[in-house]
Design a protein around this ligand. Structure first.
Ligand SMILES: *[C@@H]1O[C@H](CO)[C@@H](O)[C@H](O)[C@H]1NC(C)=O
Ligand SMILES: *[C@@H]1O[C@H](CO)[C@@H](O)[C@H](O)[C@H]1NC(C)=O
Ligand SMILES: *[C@@H]1O[C@H](CO)[C@@H](O)[C@H](O)[C@H]1NC(C)=O
Ligand SMILES: *[C@@H]1O[C@H](CO)[C@@H](O)[C@H](O)[C@H]1NC(C)=O
Ligand SMILES: *[C@@H]1O[C@H](CO)[C@@H](O)[C@H](O)[C@H]1NC(C)=O
Ligand SMILES: *[C@@H]1O[C@H](CO)[C@@H](O)[C@H](O)[C@H]1NC(C)=O
Ligand SMILES: *[C@@H]1O[C@H](CO)[C@@H](O)[C@H](O)[C@H]1NC(C)=O
Ligand SMILES: *[C@@H]1O[C@H](CO)[C@@H](O)[C@H](O)[C@H]1NC(C)=O
Ligand SMILES: *[C@@H]1O[C@H](CO)[C@@H](O)[C@H](O)[C@H]1NC(C)=O
Length: 755
């Protein structure tokens, strides 16, 4: 859709447009001078003054936002930039409602305020000629524990005090400032018990009682809330037995008294905030210094509100209100009530040069214009078509002025709708064979017809309609399995490129080429079977998913045997699958082999013994012939394993003679070759060995004895000889001590040769 085709139009009266244009046309510096237009009393005077315009409507009101109503039609993810201009209009009407805490402590404030009423009006009149003032007061709920309910106290809780009350609207908004001063002076203070007051009840009533307070629709609405104490809020009412939540509805009697003070609980902060937003009220909390912090926090939770410090006798109330008014009007913040389907982003350069994403501009002066660009984007279409036309309101916070966007979401095409261009009802839709509506070039068939051009008529007795006949019952598969064309409820299967292939079936579900293959042959080739609708149909004698298996088990039975796979396996697809059990692993073509089990050697041993060696149990029992005739046993001299399938068996008989045989297959035939002659060990002469052994032991024993005898004899002789020689050399003198030595020594002179 072409966004240029968007239509926008201004709804407001021509005169309003003129007036606003006039206002905007003025440059900011000119505005610092008095507005030349305001002094003109007649239309003619006005027309003679440049830049001024006259509005002929009796109820003309200034506007600050333009445009005021826009129609927009958007598609999903299509953003449209909407230019919004805002200017603080000079001389914009102001409604100021003064809501005062009239507990005893505020008495001096009240007196001061009554004297300042006129000053306040004067100051505000400098801002606008269109100023109105109202007054209301509050104490608290007349229930224990907020207020003493002792009968005397109920009449007059303190000296010179009035009976306590919840909220009293003393003076609806009026331009008569004298009356304001009078009302304030005449208002009597009252007394209560606890420190926090019932201000929230009063704020709520002052906001929602539009008629009673007589808020004007197009005016800056200021609600000055002045107190020196805290506030009760939702839930506090329980203390006094008031449990019903606040209903946010006006309950004032003809005297302007709040009637539901002791029936409804205090409102919550968010209830107040909601009503403030709905009614575009600017709340100014004028509170004493010690309460300032509390109310600063509160003002953060209430839109377009602010807080200022009131001196303890309210003497600064005029400057405070003016300051707060300036603060409130010095910025503009755009708010909207778009839903999750629409996103609005704001861009503005405010008063500078660079545009940023912001919905707020600060430091505005009267008459200064700021431009916002609102980027309106449709995120997604609501499911409910009733919500495809939406109204969105963009408004500056705290002002009852708005830009209304009539948003038409382009969630469907015109040609889809009866009556739209490109829509042809069935009765005249020749393109759809009169069997359905032509919508945006597409046929939408009635229940009796189907097909791309509604050319097929419904006749399926099973109740399946239209294209459903082109798929199996209850399935959601694609039509004709994608292998054919659905023509009026019947599948026309596409021919295959390969002439050997064919697709058929009611839903083209069958073919003769997608069966199992064995060794690349479809159903193991035509001599085994053929492919029928995805399954092999095997010829006689063949079986298996691809007809690859012989139907009989004959090929699994060893020749001469009666058991399949020698009883040690199963016949699967014409071949033995040998079993494995308890460590015995069978192998071989017929599972005849088992190297790890005792198996065949033991099996054939009796027959070999009987046939070849003429011995063994079979021989003794004479059953050799009957048991062994099925075996072919060849006798040879030397047995050797001739091929890997053969196994050699070795045994010894009771005489220790070794004999061997091999068994195996020669083709299909079981063959045993057996050693004809056993190999016996030569006989051993045990007696000879024993005697030799004894003789050897005796000989060795004798030899050892003789050696011992010889050695001792030699030793004895030596000892004797030694003794004997020593005996001969001994020259002992009888009677002389053998260890006695003479004291004299005798030396021989070696040179002395003679005797
Ligand atoms: C805002 O102004 C319109 C007229 O411009 C009026 O109908 C409407 O009631 C006002 N809204 C409030 C909350 O006062
Ligand atoms: C008001 O405040 C002034 C100082 O700001 C102080 O001197 C005076 O006593 C206060 N009056 C009351 C009634 O609290
Ligand atoms: C905006 O641009 C003008 C001229 O282009 C320049 O004189 C002025 O200083 C700029 N203002 C700001 C706030 O940048
Ligand atoms: C706002 O837009 C208008 C026209 O679209 C233009 O004349 C005016 O200068 C703009 N104002 C600012 C402050 O950019
Ligand atoms: C937005 O506010 C306007 C005016 O109050 C109302 O008509 C519209 O329904 C609201 N839109 C949404 C989406 O709430
Ligand atoms: C199809 O579904 C219906 C209802 O779910 C059932 O009654 C019918 O037996 C189903 N037909 C087949 C062929 O499964
Ligand atoms: C499949 O069917 C077609 C037509 O009946 C036939 O010509 C073709 O030989 C068949 N192909 C096979 C592989 O059976
Ligand atoms: C072939 O052997 C298998 C398993 O050993 C058996 O299930 C099947 O019935 C046999 N078939 C014939 C024809 O004997
Ligand atoms: C076994 O003996 C038969 C005749 O006795 C002979 O024909 C055959 O060839 C022999 N087989 C082998 C493997 O020696």
């Amino acid at each position: 859709m072409d966004t240029a085709a968007l239509t926008m139009w201004r709804l407001w009266a021509v005169c309003a447009a003129l007036a606003v244009t006039a206002v905007w046309a003025q440059e900011a510096e000119k505005l610092t001078q008095p507005n030349p237009c305001t002094s003109k009393q007649t239309c003619s005077e006005c027309m003679q003054t440049p830049t001024c315009a006259w509005c002929a409507l009796p109820t003309f009101e200034a506007t600050q936002i333009a445009p005021q109503r826009v129609r927009m039609s958007l598609r999903v993810h299509e953003a449209h930039d909407l230019k919004v201009q805002f200017a603080l209009a000079p001389n914009y009407p102001i409604d100021l409602y003064y809501l005062m805490d009239l507990s005893k402590s505020m008495e001096d404030d009240k007196d001061k305020l009554s004297t300042l009423g006129n000053l306040l009006a004067q100051e505000m009149r400098k801002l606008t000629s269109n100023f109105r003032l109202g007054f209301g007061s509050f104490v608290d709920k007349v229930v224990m524990p907020y207020v003493s309910t002792v009968p005397a106290n109920l009449e007059s809780p303190c000296t010179g005090c009035e009976a306590p009350y919840g909220y009293q609207n003393a003076l609806s908004l009026t331009s008569d400032t004298e009356m304001f001063a009078r009302e304030v002076r005449d208002a009597k203070v009252s007394g209560n018990l606890d420190a926090p007051e019932g201000g929230f009840d009063a704020i709520m009533q002052a906001i929602v009682c539009k008629e009673e307070i007589s808020w004007r629709s197009n005016a800056r609405r200021l609600l000055v809330f002045s107190t020196d104490a805290g506030f009760h809020y939702a839930g506090d009412g329980k203390l006094g037995g008031v449990v019903k939540p606040n209903d946010g509805v006006c309950h004032l009697d003809s005297r302007g008294r709040y009637t539901h003070s002791d029936m409804l609980d205090y409102p919550s902060v968010s209830q107040i905030n909601q009503k403030v937003k709905e009614n575009s009220i600017n709340v100014i909390f004028a509170v004493t210094a010690e309460q300032r912090e509390t109310y600063d926090e509160l003002s953060r939770h209430i839109e377009a509100s602010s807080a200022g410090t009131l001196s303890n006798d309210s003497s600064n109330v005029v400057t405070l209100v003016k300051q707060q008014y300036d603060a409130i009007t010095s910025f503009v913040e755009m708010k909207d009530n778009s839903t999750e389907f629409v996103r609005i982003r704001y861009y503005s350069a405010c008063r500078g040069n660079t545009t940023t994403e912001t919905n707020r501009c600060d430091k505005l002066k009267i008459g200064q214009q700021v431009n916002f660009t609102a980027k309106v984007e449709l995120i997604k279409c609501p499911e409910d078509p009733a919500r495809w036309n939406d109204i969105i309101e963009i408004k500056p916070a705290g002002l009852n002025e708005s830009l209304i966007i009539d948003l038409a979401m382009q969630c469907q095409c015109d040609c889809d709708r009866p009556g739209g261009p490109g829509f042809k009802p069935a009765a005249i839709a020749a393109e759809c064979n009169y069997g359905g509506d032509l919508q945006c070039g597409k046929c939408v068939c009635d229940p009796l017809h189907f097909g791309a051009f509604c050319e097929c008529s419904q006749s399926d007795p099973n109740g399946r309609i239209g294209e459903d006949q082109c798929r199996p019952p209850n399935s959601t598969d694609i039509l004709c399995y994608g292998r054919g064309e659905c023509v009026c409820g019947e599948c026309n299967c596409y021919p295959r490129e390969n002439p050997n292939e064919e697709v058929k079936g009611d839903f083209c579900e069958c073919d003769n080429f997608s069966c199992d293959r064995h060794e690349k042959l479809l159903c193991s080739g035509p001599d085994h079977g053929s492919c029928v609708c995805g399954e092999c149909s095997c010829l006689d004698g063949w079986t298996g998913n691809a007809c690859q298996c012989p139907a009989s088990n004959a090929s699994c039975i060893a020749p001469g045997d009666t058991r399949q796979c020698s009883g040690a396996g199963e016949c699967v697809c014409g071949q033995c699958v040998c079993k494995e059990e308890q460590g015995a692993r069978y192998s071989g073509k017929y599972c005849e082999d088992c190297p790890t089990c005792r198996g065949k050697c033991e099996l054939y041993k009796p027959c070999v013994n009987c046939v070849v060696h003429d011995s063994g149990e079979l021989k003794e029992e004479g059953r050799c012939e009957e048991e062994c005739s099925h075996l072919i046993i060849n006798k040879t001299d030397v047995v050797e394993v001739e091929n890997p399938d053969e196994r050699i068996c070795t045994f010894s008989d009771e005489h220790g003679c070794r004999y061997q045989f091999v068994y195996g297959y020669d083709g299909e035939t079981q063959v045993i070759r057996a050693q004809e002659t056993k190999k016996c060990p030569p006989a051993i002469n045990i007696l000879g060995i024993v005697l030799t052994l004894i003789a050897a032991i005796v000989v060795v024993g004798m030899a050892v004895l003789m050696l011992w005898k010889l050695l001792t004899t030699i030793h004895d002789r030596r000892e004797y000889a030694k003794w004997d020689s020593e005996r001969k050399m001994a020259k002992w003198d009888t009677g002389e001590n053998p260890i006695y030595k003479q004291a004299t020594s005798t030396y021989k002179n070696p040179a002395y040769g003679g005797k």
